[in-house]
Design a protein around this ligand. Sequence first.
Ligand SMILES: [Zn+2]
Ligand SMILES: [Zn+2]
Length: 342
Amino acid sequence: MKALIKDRPERGATLTDLPLPIVGENDLLVKVKSAAICGTDIHIYQWNEYAASRMKLPLLFGHEYSAEVVEVGKNVKNFRPGDRVAAETHVPCGHCFQCTTGLQHICKDMKILGVHMDGAFAEYAILPAVCAWKLDPSISYEIGATMEPFGIAVHALSKTKPAGKKVIVFGCGPIGIYAQMVAKFSGAEVVIGIDITKERLDLAKKMGTDIVLNAKEVNVVDEVNQITKGFGTDIVVELTGNRAILNEATKTLRRGGDIVLVGLFPGPVEWDVVNHVIYKEATVYGVTGRIMWETWWTAQSFILSGKMDLAGVITHRFPLEQYAKAFELAESATTGKIIFKT
Ligand SMILES: [Zn+2]
Ligand SMILES: [Zn+2]
């Protein structure tokens, strides 16, 4: 089968031919239909510190995907060949404290598809049955492949009550735009999206965000102060992972507001906790992945409502052969979701 693997500890990837993987007794062998490029895949492609410290090569990467089940392992009872699935990428151990108390998504011994074990930038993939989500018949494979990143936005906003609130989201990459869409759909009074590229701000606006601000062109804290008539925002969602932004982001938050941290900072962060958290009595949430399977049910409901156009966030589609072009575009941070059609 065609497969895009990471085989050398340097920038790039290799498109190669691999034998069809053998299905384990608790796994599904699936035919990949759509696979999306995630920020993690860019780290892997670039081979930066994040990737080098986590991965053993060679590895088939790619983890946000949808697929059709081809074969099931002998212990698998609830899936059959022909089933349409999307992948939950956090593979829980099933036995630790978290896994046995409903917190599988933060399993102590969690493995991540396409990072610690083979992923899905290929024609076929192995998906642990415990991580397979059956796609509703009305949800396309393309949308199915984006349910994982969409789920992060759904999970992030689920910590808050956006109805009637002023919500600001730092970062208009795909997850940032999803977060803005979820806030809007959930009844927010005003949704503000922040980014530094025109393309992404335009896409956010197109997807329904009320106000977009380019942090390179305006003083975001001053602008938000004007927009909210000095009130500040009720909810801040941080998705940039940019250390310089955190203090600015919390300056926009009103006293007693909520801040949800999702973007991964590349190291320790200097944050004025006294002024921005303690004196404000801000509530700070850390969010990772998706709650299994609560977030997936909610994400599915949002999609089935027909009021949220996730397809609009997919801006580019490539065959696997054009991976270099796809990654170059992904690195530019000017696009929505980029999908491989395999
Ligand atoms: Zn991802
Ligand atoms: Zn566990």
